[in-house]
Design a protein around this ligand. Structure first.
Ligand code: SF4
Length: 323
């Protein structure tokens, strides 16, 4: 892997509940190289988004307890930084594209003012240079007629343009890492494809690293270099994207792949679903968290939660693959 820029080690995120602290993310470790697209995949409630928020120091305390483990950005532990030190990094060196731009953009500020504010906080550019950079970022994000769009308020733009405006904000300060949390879920299919193509192009042209959070394996296939599959707050498999598609190991990964009907030959396509649901935090027992839904479960699985173990270049947490 190219130079590592982000290394998450043994990250545990606990939330307070009426019955005491419960782990929403448990012992998560992964790293992202320069220019790499690393994907976090799993159903809603698996811990993907709170992992992203913890990287940026945006988890609310309470209800969350202070994170445990480490999040090293170029070797510096973000979890040990004070808020003002984190602000130097957030938006400047690491930025985020959220799922729903209407909730992330400020509705009472024009797009120009929002990008300008970011540039003013994080760069030494003067007013004229900032104006140039605003228009350049909007152009790079594929927004037609950027001068006119810059003067618009978020509600005056279509969903696709709003998402592009958010991408323009994310790239304005030329960050090294962009965290994109379900960046296309709220968009229709043709706009989704354009936004993903844009992110891929920016990643390649600018040598950006991308942490892409999605529940859609089709997006992973098109965008990712490596992928981690999360289930109930735990990583259950990690591999290159090719390996995951050609040789999935964990029964949950296999279930997710089967839920992509277009991977089957025509005539055999029917929607597969993984029966049951992700367990709530208070339902996690001592066994494998996927036990109740797993088609391959054994007695042992109800008693012991399998650790994540290396299999060749991949990682997998399942008793079926323990040696
Ligand atoms: Fe299924 Fe057992 Fe593997 Fe869990 S450990 S995924 S229950 S086979």
């Amino acid at each position: 892997m190219a130079d590592t820029i982000l290394k998450v080690e043994d990250l545990t995120l606990q939330i307070t509940t009426p019955n005491g602290p419960a782990p929403a993310v448990r012992g998560l470790s992964f790293s992202i190289g320069k220019g790499e697209c690393f994907c976090l995949v799993g159903e809603s409630g698996c811990g993907k988004t709170i992992t992203a928020l913890s990287i940026l120091g945006l988890l609310q305390h309470p209800p969350f307890l202070p994170p445990m483990g480490s999040i090293l950005f170029h070797g510096e532990d973000l979890l040990g930084l004070r808020e003002e030190e984190l602000r130097r990094i957030r938006g400047r060196r690491i930025s985020m594209v959220f799922q729903e731009p209407m909730t992330a953009l400020n509705p009472v500020m024009t797009i120009r003012a929002q990008i300008d504010e970011l540039l003013e906080e994080h760069t030494e550019l003067d007013r004229e240079q900032r104006e140039k950079r605003v228009l350049q970022a909007l152009t790079e994000a594929g927004i037609p007629d950027p001068a006119q769009r810059a003067a618009a308020y978020p509600h005056q733009l279509s969903g696709g343009l709003r998402q592009r405006a958010m991408i323009a904000m994310a790239i304005a300060c030329e960050p090294e890492l962009i965290i994109a949390d379900e960046p296309t879920t709220a968009l229709d299919v043709t706009i989704q494809a354009k936004i993903l193509k844009l992110l891929k192009r920016l990643q390649q042209e600018k040598g950006l690293s991308l942490l892409l959070i999605t529940h859609n394996l089709g997006i992973v296939a098109n965008m990712g270099d490596r992928v981690a599959v999360m289930y109930a707050g735990k990583m259950v498999e990690q591999a290159t994207v090719n390996e995951i598609f050609e040789n999935p190991r964990h029964p949950y990964t296999k279930g997710l792949l089967k839920a992509m009907p277009y991977r089957l030959p025509k005539g055999q396509r029917r929607l597969h679903s993984i029966k049951g649901r992700v367990p709530a935090l208070h339902e996690l027992g001592k066994g494998c968290p996927f036990f109740k839904r797993c088609p391959s479960k054994m007695d042992l699985c109800s008693r012991e939660d399998p650790p994540l173990e290396r299999i060749g270049e991949a990682l997998c947490a399942c008793h079926l693959f323990r040696v």
